[in-house]
Design a protein around this ligand. Structure first.
Ligand code: ANZ
Ligand code: ZN
Length: 848
């Protein structure tokens, strides 16, 4: 072979690794363990550059850990349940199962050429009955432990697809898939009791030092802890059984600025009133349309309905406030009722303006400020303000102080209690979908909801289902629903809801530690391998997936399947940037943009000569056609080039822009490395001892820097260092033996990034065995020191100049050079110094 030919070498090395079994997770008790995991993929059918970047990063770490003597666990699996498989079935008439497993086979085949150090023996898909059966077992244990329960809840209902939608699936009030206007419905649903753990999940964020600060902050905001006051307004002439309205406020200090009370359309009082008020019933029905998200409510126009009822102000019972039903009040936050303070809240201000309600300031910037507001006054809580009419403490204080003082005052006067609330709600897991994990319970007329017996697990999905009509195929299956009651044996009905696919991804990382155990986990294996030492994935999963996984790790501990020490499952988290590409666009006759694939554009033109407009780089996406298919790159240049490119150029946490020129340059560099290595392998030229020495010194510096880069997610810096060291090696006049040693080290240092090329070099250069398992080189600190050092020269304790001297120079020689400097000569004015102190390697002090 006379040139670098990845197509000829890469497959061979993968075979060699396979046969040697070096990536099977080791369990040599003498070695420390290391568990590295990239977020597992959804089997869409094709890998993309984002996968390549994500898995290559994890692979660099896994390979480095393997070479530094660890038992490494680096598994791969498939997040395989979910809507797209059902959508494909609806669109093309196939079966979700066939679609999914075919995609998995395709993606596995596309992924294998990347040369990842995966332990494929642990592979599973979440749609494997073996996996979801254990998930059902976990569910039953969680049910018993009170971690999952049923309740009525308002959900987003897609009337066309006839399913519940998650908040994220509602776009501008419409179903993301059907485009139908979403309705709010009350259904009995299963919930995980995650909100009981809100405080713990919040507090433990502080222990996650190796997580990005921004991710911890996002989790903190999602959990949304707040302190406030809960109290009741007395209701005048309410319907039977309603004599008060309980409210929650985080701004009790604004109570003297209240101008109305608002209740949610789903509030029990609103529901009672609508029975005798058709207009209100219509208003409530209208409000129940549109999503349940805070965002949806925030965007929607603020609307209210005056019930005609009034409440009494707690501090002035003669003061009456009107009661409105308002569309912006959520039933499942706080108490589902508020008091509105238009003077200090934009939303309330808009509402008051619309319904001509008074705007009464509770505080103002100063004592003589104009109380007539034409916009809400909302200073930071830390700013001192003047309280117009204070019910607690000083007239001049910060919002934060006034809030605490008001809470204390209210508690003393029996008006309410200070409470802590969390925005985090319980996690609704019921989905009216086929392609998910069946919820293992049975509904019996006599016994109610009865958990399945564990020996009946897995409750398998039936294969014979149809997708020709909307709704849940499990509901209309002729027999699947029928099951005997596990308690009384009578004919009963299976639950036909399946689990949210977030459940599947909330514990897969634990299952990898014992993927075929006949219980959810194998305690010993979990104890050994957990936690995940390094987790790597996209920041788009920063909130839900990670929060749910943190909840599940705790739940699995509570149900006895995981040691307590693994309650925070991911020791370190890294969120990588995206792979971007320029967008090439032309316009059709109506001026609408038409996008073109990078491979169809040459020098800014299409094949027929039409110039394209170049839109700046953005995340690769099919809709913009700015995608480069990794398969094409691997075919053209080999996997090592693709790996090298996605790691170079940008720090891993930032986006990296894929360019054809960059890929070409990466390939050229690897070709050059290959050429240098083969020349060195064939050479027996002698060299000078100085050249040998110089090369080895550079080699040790490279070992040091590349190791540091690999260990600290500085992959791009490590690669820059490898470029430089390659240049040194190419120019070196050292002898063949020294060069071979240096080139073997280069192979080792490149092995995590370009594992195939590294093996090839290692073999050419006489390395023993596989470079993948060769012990990682260690930098010799003595060899890293430069030959010359810089010493500061002080005169009477003041730094005046510096000198360059050889590292090993004798003291009296150093003294001579120091005394000869202009600065010292000038200071001496011909005299002799009183004393000269040389601290070797540090400083020269001249006393005059
Ligand atoms: C009076 C007030 C005056 C409020 C003011 C705010 C500003 P955070 O702080 O985010 O937790 N609220 C309470 N329950 C609600 C519900 N179910 N739906 C919609 N809004 C609700 O939010 C708490 C504040 O949001 C509460 O404090 C309440 O309005 C409102 F100048 O009470 B506030
Ligand atoms: Zn029964």
């Amino acid at each position: 072979m006379s040139r670098y030919s990845p197509a000829e070498i890469e497959a061979n090395w993968r075979k060699a690794w396979d046969e040697a079994g070096i990536f099977r997770a080791g369990n040599d008790p003498a070695k420390p363990k290391y568990y590295v995991l990239e977020m597992f993929p959804y089997p869409s059918g094709r890998i993309h550059m984002g996968h390549v970047r994500n898995y290559t990063m994890g692979d660099v770490i896994a390979r480095h850990k393997l070479a530094t003597g660890h038992n490494v666990l680096h598994p791969m699996g498939w997040d395989a349940f979910g809507m797209p498989a059902e959508n494909a079935a609806m669109a093309s008439g196939g079966h979700p199962k066939d679609w999914t497993y075919q995609n998995i086979a395709d993606m596995r085949a596309q992924m294998k050429p990347l040369g990842l150090s995966i332990d494929w023996s642990r592979e599973f898909a979440t749609c494997d009955p073996e996996y979801y059966g254990q998930q059902q077992a976990l569910f039953l244990d969680m049910l018993e432990a009170g971690l999952v329960y049923r309740k009525n809840a308002v959900v987003n209902w897609d009337p066309v697809d006839m399913t519940v939608l998650a908040n994220e699936q509602v776009e501008n009030g419409r179903g993301w898939r059907s485009g139908a206007e979403v309705e709010r419905r009350e259904l009995t649903q299963w919930f995980f009791a995650i909100s009981d753990m809100a405080e713990e999940l919040l507090e433990a964020l502080d222990t996650l030092d190796d997580w990005p600060a921004k991710v911890r902050l996002m989790q903190e905001n999602w959990i949304g802890k707040s302190r406030g006051l809960q109290f009741a307004f007395g209701l005048n002439e309410g319907p039977d059984g309603f004599d008060r309205i309980e409210v929650y406020t985080t701004r009790p200090d604004t109570l003297m600025g209240a101008s109305f009370v608002g209740i949610s359309p789903d509030h029990p009082l609103a529901k009672q009133l609508e029975k005798d008020d058709a207009e209100l019933a219509a208003f409530n029905a209208e409000c129940r349309k549109g999503g349940t998200t805070e965002e949806a409510l925030e965007k929607a126009e603020k609307r209210g309905y005056n019930t005609g009822l009034t409440v009494r102000h707690p501090f002035d019972t003669a003061w009456e406030l009107p009661v409105y039903v308002a569309n912006f009040i959520l039933m499942d936050y706080g108490t589902g009722a508020i008091f509105g303070v238009p003077a200090h809240d934009q939303r309330d201000f808009d509402f008051a303006t619309k319904y001509a309600l008074p705007i009464i300031p509770a505080f103002l910037p100063s004592e003589d400020a104009d109380p007539q507001l034409n916009a809400p006054y909302v200073p930071p809580k830390t700013e001192p303000v003047h309280y117009v009419s204070t019910i607690a403490g000083d007239t001049w204080q910060t919002g934060a102080e006034a809030i605490e003082a008001t809470i204390a005052f209210c508690e003393q006067n029996g008006v309410g209690q200070g409470v802590t609330k969390y925005r985090l709600r319980d996690w609704g897991l019921s989905r009216q979908r086929y392609w998910g994990c069946p919820i293992p319970v049975v509904h019996c007329d006599a016994c109610g909801v009865v958990p399945e017996k564990k020996e009946n697990l897995p409750i398998r999905l039936p294969d014979d289902v149809t997708f020709d009509v909307p709704g849940n195929p499990l509901d209309r299956h002729p027999t699947w629903r029928n099951a005997p009651c596990p308690k009384c044996g009578a004919d009963a009905r299976r639950e036909t809801d399946t689990m949210d696919t977030f459940v599947d991804s909330s514990w897969y990382f634990i299952r990898f530690t014992a993927p075929h155990a006949d219980t959810p986990t194998d305690i010993a294996a979990a104890e050994y391998w957990m936690n995940v030492d390094q987790y790597i994935g996209g920041v788009e999963h920063a909130i839900l997936h990670l929060l749910y996984s943190r909840f599940f790790a705790r739940a699995i501990h509570i149900t006895g399947h995981l040691p307590k020490s693994a309650s925070e499952p991911f020791n370190a988290l890294f969120t990588q940037g995206m792979v971007t590409h320029e967008i090439y666009q032309t316009r059709d006759e109506n001026g609408r943009p038409v996008y073109h694939l990078p491979e169809d554009v040459q020098d800014g033109k299409l094949a027929d000569g039409t110039p394209v407009q170049i839109v700046p780089s953005a995340k690769m996406s099919k809709s913009k056609k700015n995608v480069v298919d990794p398969i094409g790159i691997i075919d053209a240049y080999g996997a090592d080039t693709a790996r090298w490119f996605v790691l170079s150029d940008s720090p891993p946490e930032r986006d990296v822009e894929w360019t054809a020129a960059g890929a070409e340059a990466a390939f050229k560099h690897l070709s050059r490395v290959w050429r240098i290595a083969s020349e060195i392998a064939a050479s027996d030229a002698p060299g000078t001892s100085e050249a040998d020495e110089a090369l080895l010194r550079e080699m040790h510096k490279a070992i040091h820097d590349v190791t540091g880069g690999v260990e600290s997610f500085g992959f791009n810096a490590a690669i820059a260092r490898l470029y430089a060291f390659t240049g040194v090696l190419a120019k070196s006049e050292a002898g063949a033996q020294a060069k071979r040693a240096a080139a073997r080290t280069l192979a080792q240092l490149m092995a995590p990034m370009t594992p195939h090329l590294a093996e090839e070099m290692w073999q050419m250069l006489g390395g023993e065995g596989l470079v993948a398992v060769a012990p990682w080189p260690v930098a010799d600190p003595a060899m890293m020191q430069d030959d010359t050092i810089t010493l500061p020269v002080q005169i009477n304790g003041k730094r005046r100049t510096e000198i360059q001297v050889p590292q090993e120079m004798a003291k009296d020689e150093v003294e001579k050079i120091a005394l000869a400097t202009d600065a010292v000569q000038r200071a001496l004015e011909g005299a002799q110094p009183k004393k000269v102190i040389v601290v070797p390697g540090r400083i020269v002090n001249v006393v005059i």
